[in-house]
Design a protein around this ligand. Structure first.
Ligand code: EPZ
Length: 442
């Protein structure tokens, strides 16, 4: 299988220059699924070149949609005028759990959906009970059989009042997409407020939906008869933004990050400033300057938006392991998002995780090692640690990382990182390894 090799002779890879952020993975996936809601064409711009986007396009094609990916100009054209299947097969759901986001649109458009149960993943059990609670409230009949969830709404969906026990991002997105053409009004309470929800609602409203309150904890939807095609530009990826901000911080460098929405990374800006990192906002750029003075550690607790994002927890932990002093991380969103701790400790970090609390004895000199990317953001954290680790680091299972970071090697090299992707599979096995590509979607 392919690996990343990062060479770092000095023990701190000095970064410089600029990096351009791509469109948001977690915004584009529900938006692509939402194109199923109309029989007219849609064009999505600023689509990141990611494996997850490819898998979502494969899924939509398997349902009968015509999908044209133009990676040179980062756009995707979709035409779901003819839906021939309302099923998401296990083979695709296994590759990407966000396939579940097709369920709401299929129910709304065809009155039925049959989705392979996504199952758990490296960071948690990832149940879908809240998605199903919403669909039932809208009038769908749900049954589980043979590892599939089957939902039917023979007489269509009707608006309802739905309270989410937890502000789940996916459940909020799925229920919005199911409710936009339901008969009558829907009120969703205690919903997720992430920017990706707002981007989805903006896309749907351009299609003719009537959604109010996206970005707050209560969303009101007036069902409409039909939706029309539209064109939409995806918001920049706030987690990619945060990852490169932390690359500058962990290497004590000064880097300009372009095409960002500073408001979407407020918690990280605040935390890095608390640690002594300088951050300047200039239009849609963030200039991160970690070259001045010793940094100090800061504790973090992950929370649903607008709290500190769980998707930046592993990367921030890698940064804390290089800052002298004690710090703590509390993970409240996923129940086992600490598999990067053991890998970081193999690089010389001193981190103890007990339950959902990790304590970091920061400031140890990190050294290169052979490490394993256990999931997307853990893999990003190991890359950051390698930038501050003397010697060579070999990261395996990098398909996780390539699911969520576009042009990863190109962007890192442009900043000054000596990184190589090599496939050390014996030639005979190379084809098998490629075919075996899969991994779990998060
Ligand atoms: C989205 O996952 C993101 N993925 C995740 O990003 C992100 O970590 C997560 O939101 C939280 O911000 C995409 O948008 C494709 P949730 P999602 O439903 O929707 C529990 C990345 O690295 N829950 O908000 O699956 C669940 O177990 C990925 O880009 C239920 O209990 O997250 C978890 O503990 C990782 N029942 C918590 O809610 C449900 O029905 C948050 O999950 C649904 C969720």
């Amino acid at each position: 299988m392919a690996k990343f090799y990062i060479n770092n002779k000095s023990g701190r890879c000095a970064l410089s220059g600029q990096v351009e952020i791509s469109g948001s993975k977690n915004a584009v996936l529900p938006i692509l699924a939402a194109a199923l809601l109309t029989d007219e064409g849609c064009e999505i711009l600023d689509v990141p070149a990611l494996r997850d986007v490819e898998v979502m396009c494969m899924l939509l094609r398997s349902m009968g949609a015509k999908v044209k990916e133009h990676y040179i100009i980062n756009s995707v054209e979709l035409d779901a005028s003819d839906i021939t299947s309302a099923e998401a097969p296990y083979g695709l759901v296994k590759k990407m759990r966000a396939s579940i986001l097709a369920m709401g649109p299929l129910l709304a458009r065809t009155g039925k959906a049959r989705i392979a149960l996504p199952g758990g993943c490296a960071i948690g059990a990832r149940p879908i009970n809240l998605h199903l609670k919403g669909f039932r409230a809208l009038g769908a009949k749900i049954k589980e059989s043979g590892g599939f969830i089957e939902a039917t709404a023979a007489s269509g969906l009707s608006g309802a009042n739905i309270y989410l026990d937890f502000p789940s991002v996916g459940a909020t997105e799925n229920i919005i997409m199911a409710a936009v053409m339901a008969k009558g009004p829907t009120v969703l309470e205690n919903v997720a407020e992430e920017p990706e929800i707002v981007d989805l609602a903006n896309f749907l409203n351009k299609m003719g939906a009537r959604i109010k309150g996206a970005g707050t904890d209560t969303i009101k939807i007036e069902g409409v008869e039909r939706l029309r095609g539209t064109k939409h530009t995806v918001i920049p990826d706030r987690i990619e933004t945060g990852t490169y901000m932390l690359a500058a911080a962990i290497t004590r460098s000064k880097v300009e990050i372009k095409n960002t929405v500073p408001d979407h990374v407020r918690p990280l800006i605040a935390k890095l400033k608390e640690c002594g990192v300088g951050i300047e906002e200039v239009d849609d750029s963030l200039i991160v300057d970690a070259t001045k003075g010793p940094l100090i550690p800061a504790d973090i607790k992950t929370l649903p938006y607008p709290g500190f994002p769980t998707d930046l927890q592993p990367q921030f932990m890698a940064f804390l392991s290089t800052v002298k002093g004690d710090s703590a991380v509390i993970e409240t969103v996923f129940e086992k998002r600490y598999r990067h701790v053991g890998e970081l400790n193999r690089m010389g970090a001193s981190i103890k995780a007990e339950g959902n609390v990790a304590t970091i004895d920061g400031g140890k000199r990190l050294h290169g090692a052979q490490v394993l990317a256990t999931d997307l953001r853990a893999g990003a954290a190991l890359t950051l640690a390698a930038l501050a680790a003397k010697g060579r680091t070999e990261i395996s299972e990098i398909y996780h990382i390539e699911r969520g970071y576009s042009d990863y090697i190109k962007k890192l090299r442009k900043l000054g990182v000596d990184i190589v992707k090599a496939d050390d599979t014996p030639l005979a096995g190379r084809g098998a390894a490629a075919a075996a590509y899969g991994g779990e979607g998060l």
